[in-house]
Design a protein around this ligand. Structure first.
Ligand code: PLP
Length: 363
């Protein structure tokens, strides 16, 4: 089976097998990772090792701290701005797709002066505009970008920077797959694990150390519970409340696999190659790509055929070849094929070949 789910996403075969083998007696003491106390020395060691491998794979410099938070990325849409800005302060947001839009909705409900500096709704989210043209107030506390827009299939070819204005990056579908994070300009990165580096249940927050310290004061005015405060989670070494131990274990195994496979540089290279294979088929005729070519996603390939009937036929034919989970998102329609780190090169080339054969037969 070749499985192209937009997330939760495929794990590499060897990671799946490793997790299966280790599941029931994970630490050699007859106890599974699902049962182990998060205060045991075995879990503490797993947690520390996962921190270390995360820092290596995500290429995080000493200026930033890493913490693991239970739950998904969406939980952080309203929590992130409460760590970096106080009521009444200015912040800048971009609406580049479904998830970016939800992040905007959450922040517009807060007592902040929110500047929407790019509104992708005006072009039906087919492009990301030109970031250099955006009018961002100089005293903005940060600007929020969604690096890869999973639903519409757009991604910044390089992550833009805006002088002294710190970046906040939703990298849910791009962390561990891109090497160009401009750390010096970055206040905070957040991502849930289930696309490129693990399974659902845990999110990673990477925050500039100085801003993490400053957030101790800022959060006092922002009505945040302790369990949602990044500094409290950091102080408790990511075990403030019972952590999602199984998700952290799976993330550990996936991060180690990434590391042994050449790290994020190799993942980035493979993503670019997989994307090239699929986009060359899209551009060869019959298929209609959804986005502008200058901001095509490296992970989510969104296209359609001339009619909805043909879309459905394509999806049904693909299923006969065990090419699964390629239906477009409900508000977009058409086809979306997602290839994150766990989707191997062979699956990408099998899919590209299927597209070629289908075009020859029905195009
Ligand atoms: N941000 C982006 C870019 C996403 O693609 C998604 C989910 O697909 C989310 C946020 C929401 O993630 P979660 O389901 O972990 O809350």
């Amino acid at each position: 089976v070749h499985y192209f789910s937009p997330g939760p996403a495929s794990l590499p075969e060897s990671v799946r097998n490793q997790i299966k083998e280790e599941l029931l007696d994970t630490f050699g003491i007859g106890v599974s990772v699902m049962e182990i106390s998060h205060r045991s020395k075995q879990y503490e060691q797993l947690n520390e090792e996962t921190q270390a491998i995360a820092r290596k794979v995500f290429q995080v410099p000493a200026t930033h701290s890493i913490l693991f938070s239970p739950g998904g990325a969406q939980q952080h849409f309203s929590v992130v701005p409460k760590h970096l800005s106080a009521p009444g302060e200015e912040i800048a947001y971009t609406d580049t797709g479904v998830w970016a839009h939800l992040a905007c909705e959450e922040v517009f409900a807060l007592p902040r002066k929110v500047h929407l500096v790019f509104d992708g709704r005006t072009n039906d989210y087919v492009s990301l505009g030109n970031p250099q043209d955006w009018d961002i107030p100089q005293n903005s506390k940060f600007i929020h970008l969604t690096v890869n827009n999973t639903v519409y299939g757009t991604e910044y070819p390089t992550i833009p920077t805006f002088g002294n204005i710190p970046l906040v990056l939703d990298m849910t579908s791009s962390l561990a797959a891109r090497t160009d994070i401009p750390w010096e300009s970055t206040a905070l990165v957040y991502a849930s694990a289930q696309k490129n580096f693990g399974i659902a249940g845990v999110s990673v927050i990477i925050m500039n150390n100085d801003l993490l310290e400053k957030s101790r004061e800022i959060t006092k005015h922002n009505h945040l519970g302790k369990a949602h405060s990044y500094h409290a989670i950091y102080d408790a070494k990511s075990a403030l409340n019972t952590p999602p131990v199984f998700s952290i274990f799976a993330m550990n195994r996936m991060l180690n696999w990434i590391d042994h496979s050449g790290g994020t540089p190799a993942m980035e290279q493979w993503s670019l190659e997989k994307a090239k294979m699929i986009y060359s088929e899209i551009d060869a005729g019959l298929y209609i790509g959804r986005t502008h070519k200058n901001c095509r996603s490296r992970h989510n390939f969104v296209f359609k055929l001339p009619t909805e009937e043909q879309d459905n036929h394509f999806i049904a034919e693909a299923a006969k070849h065990n090419l699964l989970e390629i239906k477009g998102y409900r508000c977009v329609g058409g086809i979306r094929v997602s290839m994150y780190n766990g989707v191997c090169m062979e699956s990408a080339s099998v899919f590209a070949e299927f597209m070629r054969d289908y075009r020859k037969k029905y195009g």
